[in-house]
Design a protein around this ligand. Structure first.
Ligand SMILES: *[C@@H]1O[C@H](CO)[C@@H](O)[C@H](O)[C@H]1NC(C)=O
Ligand SMILES: *[C@@H]1O[C@H](CO)[C@@H](O)[C@H](O)[C@H]1NC(C)=O
Ligand SMILES: *[C@@H]1O[C@H](CO)[C@@H](O)[C@H](O)[C@H]1NC(C)=O
Ligand SMILES: *[C@@H]1O[C@H](CO)[C@@H](O)[C@H](O)[C@H]1NC(C)=O
Length: 209
């Protein structure tokens, strides 16, 4: 057989492989009712594997921190490249976030996901030794309004700060010697009433290209 003949006879086979090559850069199927836009990936066969999130058929989409903690994904905005996740619950009858044992929220340093600069973080049950700027731990800090709803956190030291570009955007830290609980409010404007606060952690991802 001549080489050209082999090429020609292989051509249909090669062409039939084309759809498979393309499918590796396709969107993942819906998870429950939620779309999973590219580059997010719920399994090896779709999306971009650097952008892994988890699909639990019953609970929906989840973001898994580098410590293996699952955070519910409430919404995704593929125009803004953002995921909106639910802050961890505070353990009943305590002022301790359920992710306190793993030190709070953490993303791998080389992950394309990061905490966006629209998050105002409220830290609760803090000890005196964390009274550093840019934390606002004054008696009129906005965290006081949240304390009123979380009665176990009342009258303990609390602080708030805007997670801006001046600090690490790969973690929100809680620990026993620091603050033991936290929550986050997205896009908070000065003077916004408590009822309108948008509780959640906004994560952003950098584009693959
Ligand atoms: C989905 O969540 C349920 C309830 O927490 C859990 O038992 C189950 O193992 C999870 N499934 C997957 C695939 O993560
Ligand atoms: C998604 O983000 C874009 C750009 O920031 C914004 O204009 C749009 O309103 C957002 N969509 C939703 C549903 O929030
Ligand atoms: C507040 O934090 C301390 C550790 O600094 C802990 O012992 C205590 O149980 C916490 N308070 C509540 C109400 O969880
Ligand atoms: C702390 O926040 C309150 C309420 O937003 C504000 O009035 C106060 O000036 C802030 N204090 C500091 C030290 O930033």
């Amino acid at each position: 057989m001549k080489p050209t003949f082999i090429m020609v006879s292989l051509l249909p086979l090669l062409l039939s492989l084309v759809p498979f090559v393309y499918s590796s850069i396709s969107n993942c199927p819906k998870c429950g009712k939620m779309d999973v836009p590219y580059p997010l990936s719920t399994k090896d066969s779709c999306g971009n594997l650097k952008y892994k999130i988890h699909c639990n058929k019953t609970k929906g989409l989840e973001f898994i921190s580098s410590d293996g903690f699952h955070y519910k994904i409430i919404s995704i905005n593929s125009t803004a490249n953002t995921l909106f996740i639910m802050p961890p619950l505070i353990k009943k009858d305590t002022c301790q976030s359920i992710d306190l044992p793993v030190g709070g929220f953490r993303i791998e340093d080389d992950s394309p996901f990061y905490v966006s600069s629209r998050n105002t973080v409220l830290l609760l049950n803090c000890s005196d030794n964390i009274l550093l700027s840019p934390l606002n731990c004054s008696s009129n800090s906005i965290c006081r309004q949240f304390e009123e709803k979380e009665s176990m956190c009342m009258d303990l030291l609390c602080c708030s700060f805007l997670k801006d570009a001046s600090m690490t955007n790969h973690r929100i830290r809680v620990r026993v010697e620091g603050c033991t609980a936290y929550t986050s409010v997205v896009d908070m404007k000065p003077g916004d009433p408590f009822q309108s606060w948008n509780f959640g952690i906004e994560l952003q991802w950098s584009s693959p290209f």
